[in-house]
Ligand binder design. Sequence first.
Ligand code: PLP
Length: 388
Amino acid sequence: MSKINPETSAIRSQIDRTKYREHSNPMFLTSSFVFEDAQQMAAMFAGELDGDVYSRYANPNTEEFIDKMCALEQAEAGFATASGMAAVWASIAGVLQSGDHILASRALFGSTHQLLTQILPGFGITHTYVDSDDMSTWANHIKDHTKMLLLETPSNPALHLIDLNKASAFAKEHGLILNVDNCFSTPVIQNPLVEGADLITHSATKYIDGQGRVLGGIVLGKKELIEKVTFFCRHTGPAMSPFTAWLLSKSLETLHVRMERHCRNAYELAHKLAELPMVDKVIYPHHPSHPQFELARKQMKYGGGIVTFVVKDGLQAGINFLNRVKMCSLTANLGDSRTIVTHPASTTHSKLTPEERAAVGITDGLIRVSVGLEHIDDIMKDISQALN
Ligand SMILES: *Cc1c(COP(=O)(O)O)cnc(C)c1O
């Protein structure tokens, strides 16, 4: 067959059928695999013969999930983990060593920030934060032992973008491993590996599952780096469960149709919110008011499923808004089929000072909407009644 499209691989790529000729892939809830004889056992243990040994290493379900994700992200290899944070951790700890230094964009996912500031220094791995909107200053922060450039684009929740093409040229010039958390965009919107990244991570908990059911993650990238990540994970144990991998492989069959709908709803919501008098500002990559609109149109196939907006009158207005929504959920997740609203200034970022919040683009009245798959009229109705 000629080369098939990623949408089709996500639906059709399959592990071998069993003797029962099932159409949907079965779940392999087994911790280990049986050998025919001592010779086969020795060869599979040594890696001389392909075949599963133990589910902490690999399992048919996790392999199916990894194969599909590799097809979607055009990755050479991958390793599936128990959560997105296990993937972020493995993508750093699996390839760096004590004494290494990371250059990281300032606006990172909360737990990634904790990892860099509270955990990695204890293992001798240090970092410097750089401002994502001023790449010209990045080179000033490179040290002899800088080994990795760690980025998120778009950032959470202020949706700042980083030009992946330029970031990858910068990483190449300075001999850095470019590691991108692609959770917000999914492979449907952008493929950082194609733009020149060396490693990417996903929290599969978000859009990849898309229904708020399981935790999962994956590291994807260049073969020689994934070999290190795989070695690290096989012997430290953050393997994805076969049940989760089975669910996620099924979820990938609908990823493209779900993302198209998430993004269309988000696009409409952003445009409608921009017209409301109670709204100071709307932030959405594919809205013309976004300061990096041109880059967003070039880099992102769609604008994404997250819309951020700022209500007039700040902190209290943000809290009031959350108290008035009726249909939208107040919960910590994102990328769910159900629309979710959050108010970072009073929750995830409440420990920061207003100045620290401002440095990552979080003003007091900022609301993040993870736009779900409900009818856009119902989402809009709930949000506008809560604003009035
Ligand atoms: C949620 C999230 C993570 C962590 O994923 P978990 O599955 O919750 O461990 C990492 N990065 C980003 C951008 C996220 O949104």
